[in-house]
Write a protein that binds this ligand. Structure first.
Ligand code: UD1
Ligand code: CA
Length: 464
């Protein structure tokens, strides 16, 4: 498909407001499995091998443009300041698409289309030498969709609001996904008119004009109708997300993922999962999360851009953002790590522990009730329960360094910046404000005194 005479551009229409979403966010930036709706058709086109992409933006266009530039930097962004219809959008992009032989036009709000469907669609368009091919599907309730009217060779699409009489009951509808031969589209694009119920320039009118002029137009009515579902309101967004969720979970299970309850597992489209992974009920894996071979993920865990290395054990109720759990390391239950936290090989973070921007060295443990922030901990060090790195002085975040083979007493407060050597111990309850050299015991706490007979005296005082 890369021969110059068969070049393809793929244009995504994403300028519409999406009034029925009843939201300030442009429709295509609503999140589905934590990626914008627009991510999906762009990713499908890219996966199908199309590298010339463009997005038409309009409503909320600044946000759509900046998202596109950050996530699909090679895609062109074309502005449609006034949304005068899908035909108008296609016309505005003509300077971009006229460089190709064929132009595929997709709706930015139809995220369930598969890469394979797009690749087959393009192959068929070429094979049949069509001037226009488009995907249609049958639906029980065609309300809102453009009806596909077949009158012998003459195909046309009538929009719901313009349909009359028998046309309304036609249940073959236009998916809004087309491929035009560029010469054929160029010949009709200026002939579109807006004398219709919505006063808009309709792109489907272009295919009727091509057919009327004797061009080859084919409506391809095959495949899985779910792939063409458009998103117009919040409920359809949730329904599409559930279809995509099932698709992703199933594809991992086909590759061997052991999942006790597929109905409660949520996995985003960029997540990677290795072999021999077990996931318990009610887990969410988002963003660029990667689960390596042999890892276990316990219930109520939410991972976002986390890397779980081989044979790691995420014991449940763990939340990790932008963090790494090393090989054979373990976390949870009830732990939280964020902003580039890292457990090295065989390290452990346990119950009610929060770790931020810190590295916990190989074989080291933070088992209970701790906050570790802006800290480097060496190897084989044990952090006693309740230990806290006091990293914030009200102005800036300060760092703590703790060496190898240390035994940190429970409830130690490290007042950062502070550096602790290797083989150091601290007394429980110490407030450590100064560095501790290798091999020393650091104790920083008030000396205990016992006041004899105090309880009895206190009681007699009260009785008076
Ligand atoms: C469109 C088709 C209809 C088809 C349906 C499939 C037209 C006239 N009708 O109807 O035949 O059955 O899709 O879902 O095309 N957009 C722009 N600029 C505009 C108008 C729309 O970029 O000026 C974008 C929208 O953001 C959206 C897409 O084009 O992503 C489709 O527009 P929408 O208004 O949703 O068209 P439908 O009424 O759904
Ligand atoms: Ca639509």
């Amino acid at each position: 498909m890369n021969q110059p005479e068969r070049s393809f551009g793929v244009l995504l229409l994403a300028a519409g407001k999406g009034t029925r979403m009843r939201s300030q966010t442009p429709k295509v930036l609503h999140l589905m499995l934590e990626e914008p709706i627009l991510y999906y058709p762009l990713a499908a086109a890219q996966e199908a091998g199309f590298n010339n992409l463009a997005v038409i933006v309009g409503f909320g266009g600044e946000a759509v443009e900046s998202w596109t530039r950050n996530n699909f930097p090679s895609a062109a962004v074309i502005w449609q300041r006034e949304q005068l219809g899908t035909g108008h959008a296609a016309k505005l992009a003509q300077p971009w698409w006229s460089a190709f032989d064929n132009i595929m036009i997709l709706a930015g709000d139809a995220p369930l289309i598969r890469a394979k469907t797009l690749a087959d669609f393009a192959a068929r368009h070429i094979e049949k030498s069509n001037d226009c091919s488009f995907l249609s599907f049958k639906i029980e309730d065609p309300t809102g969709y453009g009806r596909v009217i077949r009158e012998g060779e003459r195909l046309r699409v009538v929009e719901h609001k313009d349909a009359k009489g028998d046309e309304l009951s036609v249940n073959e509808v236009n998916s809004g996904m087309y491929i035009f031969n560029v010469k054929a589209l160029s010949a009709v694009i200026d002939k579109l008119e807006c004398h219709n119920a919505q006063g808009e320039f309709y792109l489907p009118d272009a295919l009727a004009l091509i057919a009327a002029g004797g061009g080859r137009v084919e409506a391809i009515c095959e495949g899985d109708p779910d792939e063409y579902l458009g998103i117009n309101d919040q409920f359809q967004l949730a329904s599409a997300a559930d279809i995509m969720r099932k698709r992703i979970v199933r594809s991992f299970m086909e590759k061997g993922l052991q999942c006790m309850d597929p109905s409660s597992l949520w996995i985003g489209p960029k997540v990677k999962i290795g072999s021999n992974v077990i996931i318990h009920p009610s887990v969410q894996l988002w963003g660029e999360t990667e689960i390596c071979d042999g890892a276990f993920i316990g219930s109520f865990t939410v991972l976002r851009n986390a890397k779980i290395c081989g044979d790691a054990n995420i014991k449940g109720s763990v939340r990790l953002n932008d963090s790494i759990v090393g090989p054979r390391a373990s976390a949870g239950p009830f732990s939280f790590m964020r902003e580039h936290g890292e457990l090295m090989e065989n390290a452990h973070m346990g119950r009610f522990v929060e770790i931020k921007k810190s590295r916990i060295g190989k074989d080291s443990k933070v088992p209970h009730l701790s906050y570790i922030g802006d800290t480097q901990i060496g190897e084989n060090t044990n952090i006693g329960a309740g230990t806290i790195t006091c990293n914030y002085d009200g102005v800036r975040k300060n760092s703590t360094k703790i060496g190898d083979n240390c035994l940190i007493g429970s409830d130690t407060m490290f007042v950062a910046p502070v550096e602790i050597g290797d083989e150091v111990s601290t007394g429980a309850g110490s407030v450590i404000t100064e560095n501790i050299p290798d091999g020393a015991l650091g104790v920083g706490r008030a000396k205990q005194r016992n006041i004899q007979g105090w309880s009895k005296r206190a009681r007699t005082e009260k009785d008076k």
